[in-house]
Design a protein around this ligand. Sequence first.
Ligand code: AMP
Ligand code: ZN
Ligand code: FE
Ligand code: FE
Length: 284
Amino acid sequence: MNDFFRADLHCHSTSSDGTLTPKEIIQLALQKNLNGLSITDHDTIENYDEALQFAKEKNLPLISGVELSAEHRNKSVHILAYGFPIDALPLKKFCQKHHERRKNRLKNILEKLNHHGIQLSWNDVTHTNSDDFHHSIGRPHLAMAMMKKGYVSSIQEAFQKFLGEKGLCFVPGEAFSVEETLDVIHQSQGLAVIAHPHLINDTSIVQDLLAMNFDGIEGYYARFSKSEQDRWVKIGMKKGWLITGGSDFHGDVKPNSSLGSSWVNEETFSILYQHFQQSSHNKI
Ligand code: AMP
Ligand code: ZN
Ligand code: FE
Ligand code: FE
């Protein structure tokens, strides 16, 4: 076992709300001497084939991944999925539904912002006039556009005043349940992991999730304190689940989490990597 092995299993690219392209993330991972990676964009697996091709050329083991937005009793829950074949149809269709959800939500938020005197257009946020784009647009894109136009001075301010759950222009958007999301992941031969469990911040919801058929929990997370990490690792071990981890790197939009600042060891990475190879092989 290589004691220096580090694989970051949670990061975002320009396919959703990160600021580096998948190729740039792979290059950064190599610069940082990471031994493995999964890129987990919000609700999309677009561009994964290109990323896999590039990672192969660069000899960096890359595992398919995605971070799916779900809701449980009106509370937002993020679910990471790993190791599915990138052409898995149930997941592709599900991501398409999320894409429609995000486009509708964006229209509704823009309307609300306009009512509050914030003149942002579809183009300011998506950088296209049509709705034929493939990346996942989220609130960080709106926050960046608001900053660029001088309406707020930071991303935090945009969320606090306008976009966050308590903000003036918050729109919840259509919700997908945790159960439905788990079904899609499992039908797609993926492994389902509770993302950043500390953000759920509600014991009864955590209890509900722990009773569902997840395969893992994110126990190593860039901004966890040691005691927090130990708590989630212990819970995951008790369940016999995989304990995953990653930085939740987003690039410049969230500058305080650098790529590789949280990671899993060789043993955990190998389980996921083998699962990915097996599921992709079964599919062909
Ligand atoms: P969305 O997918 O559009 O609901 O946006 C969720 C994204 O917004 C997540 O990646 C979060 O990291 C980010 N986010 C949520 N709340 C905040 C906040 N208060 N400040 C900065 N980013 C946030
Ligand atoms: Zn994000
Ligand atoms: Fe998340
Ligand atoms: Fe994330």
